[in-house]
Each structure stands twice: as C-alpha cells, then as structure tokens.
Design a binder for this molecule. Structure first.
Ligand code: KG4
Ligand code: ZN
Length: 339
C-alpha cells in the first residue's frame, strides 16, 4: 500500500511517501526563518506559511519517491494536537485529495507519530516490540506513555505548563541566542560546566510522573537579571540550563521505568535530538538494564513519515475517516494510567 502522509500541526509543513511500510520520501519545509525574529512560533504566520508551502512540499515528496499522485492508495494526516489553524491546512488538503481521487484518509494523533517514528528505521516487519515506555519531548509536548500494543497507549504523566522544548526556546530567547532554542543552547553549552549554576528541578506534588518547567523559567529569569551573562560565562550558564532540563526528564523517566518494569524506552520529539539528553538517558537506562531507542535526528523533529506510519495499520485494515475528521488542538493521547 502506498500512503501519502501529511503533517502541519505546528511550524513545519511536511509530506512523506510510505510504500508497504518502507519510507521512500520525506520532505520537511521548516518555518524557522519566519518565526525566528519573534523568538517563538506565531500561530497565524504558521498557518499562512503552511498554505504557501504544503502543495510544493507534497509535490516534492511525490517527485522524490518517483510516484505520481494517482498511484497513492490512501492518506494519513495529523488531526491533533497542535495549532488549530495549522492543523486545518493539512486536514483540508488531505481531505481535498482524498475526495478528488476517491481515496481513504485517516486522522493521526501527532504524539502517536512521534512514538512510532523509531520504527521507520527498522524493517517493516520488525517494529520495536511492545510493551515499551515512550518519552515524547518536543516544542509542544512533554509526556511519558506506556505503549502496550498497537493502538493501546496509557499516559503516565504530562507537563503541567510548558513543554521542555519551549523551556529550551525561552531560555535561548532570554540569552539572546535565537530560535529554535534547543540547538542554540546545546551549541552554547559546549565546553561549559553543567554544575556551575544550580537551577531548580521541579517535582509535581501528588503526581509523580507530571513535569513542570515554569519554576525553572522563573528562576532562570531571576538569575539572569542578577547575573547578566558575559560571553565568558555563557557556556557555563547554557550547560547548567541544559543539565537542569535534562535532569528533570531523566529523573521522572527513571521512576517510570522502575515502576512499569518496561524493558525498552523510546525517546522521541525534537528535544530527543539533544546530545546531552541522549547520553544521560542512555546511561540511566543502562543501569536499569533497559534498552533505549532514538529515531535518527531528522525523524525526531516533526515530519510526515511518522504520520504515514502511524496511519498505516488503519488504512491497511480498510478504515476511512472520510470528510468527518476535524482538527482538535488538544487531542488527548493515551488512556489515563491506572497502574
Ligand atoms: O518535535 P518538534 O520538531 O516540534 C514540535 O512538535 O514541537 O520539536 C521542536 C523543539 C523545539 O523546541 C526545539 O528547540 C527543540 O525541539 N530541539 C532541541 C534540540 N533540537 C530541537 N532541544 C534541545 N536540544 C536540541 N538539540
Ligand atoms: Zn512534534
């Protein structure tokens, strides 16, 4: 089955072609240059840029795959969570193509896409075995999920306020390092001392797997008001910021691994590209005898290949959400965890 995947939930316009579970083309048009001057995503600008970019991106993915649109058998499109205006552009495009070519189309949860992206690099018949714990860390999301079987996910905890990627982005903005902040903080942190400044590591009372980054943000703002960083101090400050954020992710993930007894951990989303997180979480998991899997860098950040893959089993089973799929900015993912 040839699947066209479409992803526009945030600030990247993306399309991909998957043939029998094998990724043959993935094209992502970044909007970093559009939002960079604002130090964060401007939703209305994101929607408008998707309108401009999506069709050329789909054409490019099909051209790269060497597959004409008429050879596509079904579409998978992100329906949430995300920015509602951005989601609507992708959904409208997917539904229009489906309607015109009389093809099935399924709506995909963006978070399921991130969680399954790691399978794009494995043979189609050898996905990561269930059960596994998933840590999704991006600019819009921070959560821990237990994947028990295809389509069977439980949410152990999520962020109460900002996503960890947003915390990286805001820290970079305060330091004048530009957008997106994660890679900028990582670069600035090279050679810095991660123990130089002790920023707070939050624990959410009565909800052991929840995350919170607002206290960190306030502490960082206060620290920077009192100690405007000099170029010499920047590596230490950036390394300390990175360490605090990584510590919060690793600490909660270790607790979740211990409690669930999961033998595999998948780390996905844009922040999974962070080198320090990769090292620290791999060490912590190894101490528990847990195998850690990361998608390659390009598949950590938003892309449509993961959406096509997440929609694959439903399309192959003959499902069709048709024109009824709506955009849901707050689309939930996973049943509440009940132990
Ligand atoms: O998954 P993604 O592309 O989009 C969302 O679904 O949000 O994630 C983007 C986020 C941004 O906040 C960006 O700063 C962060 O991922 N990011 C990183 C790194 N690369 C991207 N954060 C830390 N270290 C990195 N190397
Ligand atoms: Zn994402």
């Amino acid at each position: 089955m040839t699947i066209l995947g479409i992803e526009t939930s945030c600030d990247d316009s993306a399309a991909a072609v998957l043939v029998d579970g094998r990724l043959v083309a993935s094209v992502v048009s970044s909007q970093d240059a559009v939002h960079g001057p604002y130090g964060g995503i401007v939703p209305e600008l994101a929607s408008r840029q998707h309108v401009r970019q999506l069709l050329p991106v789909i054409d490019a993915a099909l051209a790269r795959a060497g597959i004409p649109l008429v050879a596509v058998d079904g579409l998978a499109v992100t329906c949430g969570p995300g920015l509602v205006g951005s989601l609507l552009v992708g959904l409208t495009m997917a539904k229009a193509i489906a309607q015109r070519l009389r093809l099935p189309v399924v709506g995909v949860n963006h978070l399921e896409g991130h969680l399954l992206a790691v399978n794009l690099e494995r043979p189609a018949d050898e996905p990561v075995p269930f059960p596994f714990l998933g840590l999704v860390v991006s600019g819009g999301h921070t959560g821990l999920y237990l994947a028990r079987a295809p389509g069977d996910y439980a949410c152990l905890g999520r962020t109460r306020d900002d996503a960890v990627g947003e915390a990286f982005d805001k820290a970079a903005k305060l330091l004048g390092l530009g957008y997106p902040g994660g890679p900028a903080i990582q670069r600035a942190a090279e050679g810095g001392d991660p123990t130089a400044v002790r920023f707070p590591r939050a624990h959410v009372k009565r909800d052991r797997f929840a995350f919170s980054f607002s206290g960190f943000k306030t502490a960082l703002r206060q620290y920077l008001e009192e100690h405007p960083p000099t170029p010499d101090a920047l590596p230490d400050v950036a390394a300390s910021i990175q360490e605090a954020l990584v510590d919060m992710l690793v600490g909660t993930t270790v607790e979740a691994l211990t409690l669930t007894g999961a033998e595999r951990l998948v780390v996905a989303g844009g922040v999974a590209a962070n080198k320090r997180l990769r090292v620290r979480i791999t060490e912590a998991a190894a101490a528990l005898g847990v195998e850690v899997l990361f998608p390659r860098f390009a598949l950590c950040t938003d892309n449509a290949a993961m959406i096509a893959l997440a929609g694959r089993s439903r399309l192959e089973a003959g499902e069709d959400d048709g024109l009824a799929i709506g955009a849901d900015a707050d689309l939930a993912f996973g049943r509440p965890w009940s132990g």
